[in-house]
Design a protein around this ligand. Structure first.
Ligand SMILES: Nc1ncnc2c1ncn2[C@@H]1O[C@H](COP(=O)(O)OP(=O)(O)O)[C@@H](O)[C@H]1O
Ligand SMILES: Cc1cn([C@H]2C[C@H](O)[C@@H](COP(=O)(O)OP(=O)(O)O)O2)c(=O)[nH]c1=O
Length: 206
């Protein structure tokens, strides 16, 4: 638990249900009277918009792409994440630097080095939920959403991304959530863990 507020991140390959679960978890906290900020990366800021544009028009070189994600995140941390946590809010992110470890990791960067670079300025979350689903099922969902799988979503790179996300298992704040069941079942597992974390924080006076 950060000094004030609670920082939660949802990660996973495209189509695992991050956006769906982020919104639902936000609602749950609001029902408990907490002020909640739900956000996503890439953000809707200038750097995030520049990144999204490349997903359809053709990817940048790995170094340029990584630089844009870091710029987007610095602005996100400075302008939204840190102030919201300091104000005691619940911050729930749909993607964060663990996606950089995964997606830029499968383009040749060292995920551990990417993590070090990010943690130099980006606060680590109190809880990280990795939504896990096999690539074919995830792609089928994206197809169902009507999106054309973009450069980021090529099958083999998603398989490598999934491996990098799963490599986080075992860290105290990391929870792997199987996402091959209905959305409500996935959300109830997430809320169960969040509730336990809240209780522990209340007991220790965080
Ligand atoms: N548990 C689930 N079972 C089946 N379909 C799901 C589930 N969760 C989300 N979906 C659907 O899959 C698609 C991707 O969901 P979304 O939340 O946008 O995933 P992400 O943000 O991880 O890409 C959407 O059409 C959504 O309605
Ligand atoms: C946050 C982040 C996202 N990405 C990629 C993952 C996504 O495929 C793409 C766009 O993110 P997003 O809009 O979340 O795509 P989707 O809604 O399909 O999950 O950006 C990175 O490559 N590095 C990063 O650091």
């Amino acid at each position: 638990m950060n000094q004030q507020g609670l920082f939660i991140v949802l990660e996973g390959i495209d189509g695992t249900g991050k956006s769906t679960q982020t919104q639902s978890l936000g609602e749950w906290f609001r029902q408990q009277g907490r002020e909640v900020i739900c956000s996503r990366e890439p953000t809707d800021g200038p750097w995030g918009r520049e990144i999204r544009a490349t997903a359809a028009t053709g990817r940048l070189a790995p170094e340029e792409e990584l630089d844009l994600f870091l710029k987007d995140r610095r602005q996100h941390v400075e302008e939204l994440i840190s102030p919201a946590l300091a104000a005691g809010k619940v911050v729930i992110l749909d993607r964060y630097y663990f996606s950089t470890m995964a997606y830029q990791g499968c383009r040749g960067f060292d995920p551990t080095e990417i993590r070090r670079q990010n943690e130099a300025f980006a606060p680590s979350p109190d809880l990280l939920f990795v939504l896990d689903l096999d690539v074919d099922s995830a792609l089928a969902r994206i197809g169902g959403r009507g999106d054309v799988a973009n450069e980021f979503e090529k099958r083999d790179s998603l398989a490598r991304c999934r491996e990098i996300f799963l490599s986080l298992e075992g860290e105290p704040f990391v929870h792997i959530i199987p996402s091959d069941t209905d959305p409500d079942t996935v959300q109830s597992r997430i809320r169960e863990i969040a509730a336990t974390r809240l209780t522990a924080a209340a007991k220790s006076g965080e």
